[in-house]
Design a protein around this ligand. Sequence first.
Ligand code: DX5
Ligand code: ZN
Length: 220
Amino acid sequence: MSKTLIAPSVLAADFANLQRDVEMINNSEADWFHIDIMDGVFVPNISYGMPVLKAITQHAKKTIDVHLMIIDPDRYIKEFAALGADILTVHYEACTHLHRTLQAIKNEGMKAGVAINPHTSVDLLKDIINDIDVVLIMSVNPGFGGQSFIENTFNKVQRLKEIISINNANTLIEIDGGVTDKNAGELSKAGADVLVAGSYVFKSDDQPNTIKNLKQIANS
Ligand code: DX5
Ligand code: ZN
């Protein structure tokens, strides 16, 4: 079994010390940078946009995992590729022609991800699973860090794992929202490949050690 990866969410970083926090992730056992882009329309919050992502990618030395919580994401696919995104994830609920959007992301040389809100069934991805590199299961309602984990996520991970194996797909399962040391082990046992963690990492006193512990728990 491959290792469960850890993706700290930069949304919870100290923006006044962004370079310091990016270097902390570089020097830690974290695997990916998780970057949340919110438009204030698809979700009731606005995070940061292209200039901040550019500042992050100038220093980041690991995979850049961009989570778009925006309507009509097709408008910005080329721009995110140019800014250095390695994985571009769009929301199922925000795409009318999801298959086309995924192809457009791949045409720009990025891996294509699909995020689903807590109310969206993983079964809706059955017919497209072989086209998806990463499914991001939201384990809170998107828009804010620091919310509590929705327990039904475990069922969704198990069901998605079945869909992936029935279809012989190579899709990774990523979990986003409310991830802590309390659920990391069970999530990884259920089949999660990537765990996003924002507040749990950045609110801790020893961030590199928190990342290390989370990774250990997820892989024990
Ligand atoms: C929420 C974002 C998450 C968020 C997770 O809409 O997609 O990536 O940063 O934060 P925590 O880990 O604090 O729930
Ligand atoms: Zn996210």
